[in-house]
Design a protein around this ligand. Structure first.
Ligand code: 5GP
Length: 221
């Protein structure tokens, strides 16, 4: 057997690695954005899917990074041209996931992270089943959720109140997800998220490129 360190990228034959689609959902204010940014910053193989939305840009947001901000006409065009992998109406605005960047990232062997609501998660599951792992993030309490929404200070009091009243609705979807994280502490939640990503990457079905490696092991090479 070779004493070279194991490097899957040098393996010949076998099928290419299947990219993973990691879906994160939560009620607004449960910490999903912070967690996804932290995970993306430390993992170069993970790429964020940037959604399109008809919602107005918030202070501090950047075009092409947080969202691609488009109007209703362009959104409808993308829906009609089947350029969205999934789309939904959330809090009076439309949101959708453009297909092309996701397909390109997966084809290049990257994993893709989605910050989408339960409606989008359901549609993606139907479209992409086996390639998808879904995670729901719960806040530690209703009080904490309200505090986090208020401290964001980007939305008006009325918007905060509406988001709170929607939170119960979103939380009721938790049982549709593969994994649940309760975000008591951001470092603990991040460690749990990392553990899920690692385990999902190690699933046999995703390591199709190991076929020839295992054959060589069986041949005593
Ligand atoms: P926000 O307006 O606070 O950025 O997002 C509101 C909600 O829309 C969040 O729950 C977020 O996960 C969800 N969302 C963002 N982008 C998409 C998308 O492309 N599709 C769907 N279905 N939901 C999205």
């Amino acid at each position: 057997m070779s004493d070279q360190p194991f490097d899957p990228s040098t393996l010949d034959g076998g099928n290419a690695r299947r990219g993973l689609m990691l879906v994160l959902s939560s009620p607004s204010g449960a910490g999903k954005t912070t967690l996804s940014r932290r995970l993306l910053a430390e993992d170069p193989d993970l790429i964020m899917s940037v959604s399109v939305t008809t919602r107005p840009m918030r202070p501090g947001e950047q075009e092409g990074i947080d969202y691609n901000f488009i109007d209703g006409t362009d959104f409808d065009l993308m829906v009609n041209r089947r350029q969205l992998l999934e789309h939904a109406k959330v809090f009076d605005h439309y949101y959708g996931t453009p297909v092309d960047p996701v397909e390109a990232a997966l084809a290049a062997g990257h994993d893709v992270l989605f910050d989408i609501d339960w409606q989008g998660a359901q549609q993606l599951k139907q479209a992409k089943g086996a390639d998808l792992a879904s995670i729901f993030i719960l806040p530690p309490s209703t009080k904490e959720l309200e505090q986090r929404l208020k401290s964001r200070a980007q939305d008006s009091g009325e918007v905060v109140a509406r988001r709170m009243s929607k939170a119960g609705d979103e939380i009721s979807r938790w049982s549709d997800y593969d994994y649940i994280i309760v975000n008591h502490d951001v470092e603990d939640a991040l460690a749990e998220l990392r553990a899920i990503l690692t385990a999902e990457r190690l699933k046999r079905a995703r390591q199709t490129y190991l076929v020839n490696f295992v054959k060589r092991l069986q041949d005593g090479q």
